[in-house]
Ligand binder design. Structure first.
Ligand SMILES: [Zn+2]
Ligand SMILES: [Zn+2]
Length: 273
């Protein structure tokens, strides 16, 4: 049996989960040349990152003229200056061009990507997405604890990320090249090990970039991710801000279970609103 996708190509009959995502996937596949370009991963990563940072940068600029925003700020009296914002943005762009792009080109040359015709099943996409986030969280937790417990590793590779005690969105990727490449490696190794569909890989990258930007945004909104996930399973911006203030707690970027197990979990006092 066969059905036709949006581009009219015959294909194996889709399940209901695939049917849900097939139109989206068919639409993305019409831009196959862009998706398979060796430059796409870096362009996608930078544009998604800057796109997620921009609303928070705008809020920071508007902050002094909009007192109502202050109640959502973790540090109400702090607003990053242009002298803080621009070097962060400049370093992110430089590191992506000088280091991430060559690594991506090498990976593209060694194993060119292919786009399957069928979209992933929705439950499989969700399952892989959650698995990738949990694995990334565990890997970065181990990396992060190691780079705080070994003074040489901290001084050489991680200290630069702690230069901003009160974090802001564009400080998310203000880090050493080693830290940036380590995060990129954790990103890629999980989707490869799990055999994720390219649509799942894109979704994971978008979610991962959003969560990391939210972690550093300095804003604790009623709709922040840690308020949507029940039972205190997710630390998010409030927890990561405490890590930037105190250094010795909340090493996991997203979830709370690893810090609970290691005894390094520190809870935030809660919002003023
Ligand atoms: Zn951080
Ligand atoms: Zn740290």
């Amino acid at each position: 049996m066969s059905c036709r996708n949006c581009s009219g190509e015959p294909q194996v009959l889709c399940s209901s989960g695939q049917l849900f995502l097939q139109p989206l996937w068919d639409s993305l596949r019409t831009r196959e040349a862009l998706l398979l370009s060796p430059f796409f991963p870096v362009l996608f990563s930078i544009s998604t990152y800057v796109g997620f940072c921009l609303p928070f940068v705008l809020l920071d600029v508007l902050g002094p003229r909009a007192p109502a925003l202050r109640r959502y700020k973790i540090h109400p009296d702090f607003s990053p200056s242009a002298r803080q914002l621009l070097p962060c943005l400049g370093q992110t762009l430089y590191q992506h061009v000088a280091f991430v792009l060559p690594v991506t080109l090498l990976h593209w040359a060694c194993s060119p990507a292919q786009l399957p015709r069928e979209a992933p099943e929705l439950p499989q996409l969700v399952h892989h997405l959650v698995a990738c986030l949990l694995l990334f969280d565990a890997e970065f937790f181990a990396w992060h604890v190691l780079h705080h417990r070994v003074p040489w590793l901290y001084r050489t590779f991680h200290k630069v990320h702690h230069q901003n005690a009160s974090s802001f969105a564009l400080a998310t990727q203000y880090m050493s090249v080693w830290e940036l490449l380590s995060l990129g490696f954790f990103d890629m190794v999980n989707v490869t090990l799990l055999g994720c569909h390219p649509l799942t890989v894109l979704t994971f990258h978008v979610v991962n970039i959003w969560l990391s930007v939210e972690d550093h945004s300095g804003y604790d909104f009623p709709w922040s991710t840690h308020r949507l996930v029940p039972f205190g399973w997710y630390g998010g911006v409030a927890h990561h801000d405490l890590h930037h203030s105190h250094f010795n707690c909340n090493f996991a970027p997203y979830f709370t279970h690893w810090d609970k197990i290691l005894g390094t979990l520190r809870s935030s006092p809660g919002p003023a609103w």
